[in-house]
Write a protein that binds this ligand. Sequence first.
Ligand code: NAP
Length: 547
Amino acid sequence: MPDTTAPTHTDATHTDATHTDAVVIGAGFSGIYMVRQLARLGLDVRAFEAAETVGGTWYWNTYPGARCDCLSMEYSFSFDRELVEAWDWTERYPAQPEILRYLEFAADKLDVRRHFTFSTRVESAVWDDETSLWTVVTDAGEQVTARYVVTAVGCLSTGQTPDFAGLDAFTGETYHTSTWPKEGVDFTGKRVGVIGTGSSGIQVIPLVAEEAEHLTVFQRTPAFSLDCGNRALTEEEKADFKANLEEYRKETRKFPAGLITDILEVNAMDISEEERTAIYEERWQRHRAPDLLMSFPDLFVDRAANETIAEFFRGKIRAAVDDPETAETLTPRTYPLGAKRITLDTDYFATYNRDDVTLVSVKDDPIVGLTPTGLATQDNEYELDAVVFATGFDAVTGPLLGIDIRGREGQTLRDRWADGPTTYLGIGVDGFPNLFMLTGPQSPNVLTNVVVAIEQHVEWTTDLIAHMEKEGVRTTEPTPTAVKEWTSEALALADQTLYPEGDSWYTGANIPGKPRAILSYVGGLHTYTDICDDVAADGYRGFELVR
Ligand code: NAP
């Protein structure tokens, strides 16, 4: 597209800047697809990525055992039949190296790499009202002006290490699962401590246990975990998926989590315990989380119903763990199942039957800090050669607020969200024109098969930008009223569920000082998609489009 919007003035902030139509930040699933779509609109697109290649979260999280909790074929792009035909997944639940290979393959096939500048982090994006342009500045000192900025920064890309006393004094090795060394780590002969038993901890623990001389797991809150029963995909499964791609793509968007789900039409509380347990057991054997977790419509809104499935999961822990006391320590009792994200594991609970694995409940005996030679709890000291932090992420807002984003009149997004995020559709914020956030807060983001949510977000945003280009719209931003109403609705919907009852990253509760607010739209991707389509059909209701 001809560069008709390049600034012609000599504003000091722009003199060293090059100009492009759109800047995309991030090269995970969302960045790859967004760049492809904007390039197809004929726009000049520059994209930046901190890593040396594409992959996003799947580039960084290379810890042993890293594996997706969605089925491989479901967790991949569905918009391009050629791409789907050209790739064969090997396993039901893909491991990190295979997903990274897939994203490298997709980036090449979609020809997006040439738009990216890798190993480069975006430090700031500042709006200029006079020119209606963003100035994006990178850590390499490059400045780029652009009409549009699209953030594709992911929801789980800012790691969180607790600020333990003595961290610097510890003389052993430390690792965080989300920034694992690319060359791998050899724990042979070492005494290792893993802190954290969320999805990352639960995946890394069995593999570290196999290698280390001794493993001590420091658990604050036990997890509900589903045995993923991973296996190779059959040729028939692969062929079936490809043959039915279009139907699959249409269907996924009709479900709350972007996953075709077999939800029964009866509530858990309306049938007998015997019938319920038989249903749970049959669905446990399917090894596919949504089939089990969404068996009944009342599971996430009625605590008594939730307790029935929670108790079923607890029974699985008792069956897997030999020592009843250890089993009890591993048993979650303080929050509803699903209020913290369910983990998918391979041999997690059986790991505690090993003689060389110790479980420490730091809820009962809190961590005081690290020592030069290990870790101290209130009542004990543990000598360690290495500590693995599987302590999670500053989710959803963390990656966005890691960039100094300034809208109209210099207002920063950090100030704007000081009390929690406020958005319209999770995509835009008033005062921040032409800024579009993929999988932003108050969109369905992490409560879905995120690739489906990403496709919906990218396609909707592309349509909006195409509309702006066609109609000569210079700026688009949500109205303050639209933002206020959407934010209230997102919060009110969450209050009708059990999510607020879990102290998890879903609500920001895992980060000290972070405002506690649900970070997702809990109404389901199906409802959300309808709302977005309706907003677009109604001339982008709630957005102010200025020519
Ligand atoms: P997480 O779910 O937030 O788990 C962090 C763990 O660290 C929790 O057990 C937490 O305990 C513990 N922890 C944090 N601070 C602590 C402290 N100061 N002292 C003691 N323990 C502390 O993080 P994650 O496991 O990295 O997973 C985050 C999300 O990433 C997942 O929910 C999932 O969406 C995604 N993920 C997915 C996969 C997959 O696809 N299979 C794999 C990895 C990650 P509390 O619960 O008490 O806070």
